[in-house]
Ligand binder design. Structure first.
Ligand code: ADP
Ligand code: ASP
Ligand code: MG
Length: 236
């Protein structure tokens, strides 16, 4: 079956209603016949809150423990999304980074993905699972410790999965309905772009716009991933 990657950012999984709406969106693609890999962020605000706890506990923190703490927001949303899909009678299972495993460097708090073996998840698709819900932003080092991919890293998780699973498309759902000439939440005159080249997108991302993590754009360019950046509000 063809595979789709659908990534839901923090605002798209901000509470149970949002998760239910995202799950509905996923179900439409399952009904079309796709096997879907859903990548989730933490509920919006949660990662910032955890970063704050780490800093307050230990200003000179150990980055391994920073990763142990701040990766956990995605575990919650992955489990909840899988439960919601199961509730809709869609065979779904959650995966934390180490379970896939998403193999990364040991650069804690800013690790790079080195390899995503597809056999575990594909075996489950072969058994009838229709949706793999993967916790974004996290992986595991060769030492067996949890790593995180840098802030905004679940974009990179999504693109890396799309490349590894040869997905037809990688849909990124967020709180704006597309990529604009500049941040539409700051500049009201920003214009929406129908299409943007990888090079232009890379420039936008590297200027510090939160729109997509720069590494995700680099990966998409290298593996020619078809990226769609959109809002999940269309079926409201
Ligand atoms: P998510 O949690 O979905 O990843 P982010 O807050 O990380 O969401 O990224 C989406 C935000 O990126 C938007 O809310 C918007 O304010 C910001 N942004 C910055 N530059 C742009 C741009 N050129 N086009 C669209 N959004 C942009
Ligand atoms: N939750 C992480 C962050 O806030 C990763 C992400 O959302 O992309 O940075
Ligand atoms: Mg983001």
């Amino acid at each position: 079956m063809p595979t789709l990657v659908m990534k839901f950012g923090g605002t798209s999984v901000a509470n149970l209603d949002r998760i239910a709406r995202a799950a509905k969106r996923v179900s439409l693609e399952v009904a079309k016949g796709y096997d879907v890999i859903v990548i989730v962020s933490a509920m919006s605000g949660k990662t910032n809150e955890m970063v704050g706890w780490v800093n307050e506990t230990s200003p000179l923190y150990d980055a391994r423990e920073y990763d142990a703490v701040v990766s956990s927001g995605e575990n919650v949303t992955a489990g909840l999304m899988a439960l919601r899909l199961q509730q809709m009678e869609i065979p779904a299972r959650s995966w934390q980074g180490w379970q896939v495993p998403v193999k990364t460097t040991s650069a804690h708090s800013n690790a790079r993905i080195e390899e995503i073996p597809t056999d575990n998840i594909n075996a489950k698709f072969g058994e009838g699972m229709r949706v793999a819900v993967v916790a974004g932003f996290q992986g595991v080092s060769a030492e067996g410790r949890i790593t995180t991919l840098g802030r905004g890293g679940s974009d990179t998780t999504a693109v890396a999965f799309a490349a590894a699973f040869d997905a037809e498309r990688c849909d990124i759902f967020t709180d704006v309905d597309g990529v604009y000439t500049t941040d539409p939440r700051i500049v009201s005159k920003a214009r929406k772009l129908d299409k943007i080249s990888f090079e232009e997108m890379l420039e936008l991302a590297s200027l510090g716009a939160k729109v997509l993590q720069t590494r995700s754009v680099e990966l998409a360019m290298r593996y020619k991933v078809c990226l769609l950046y959109t809002s999940d509000a269309a079926d409201e």
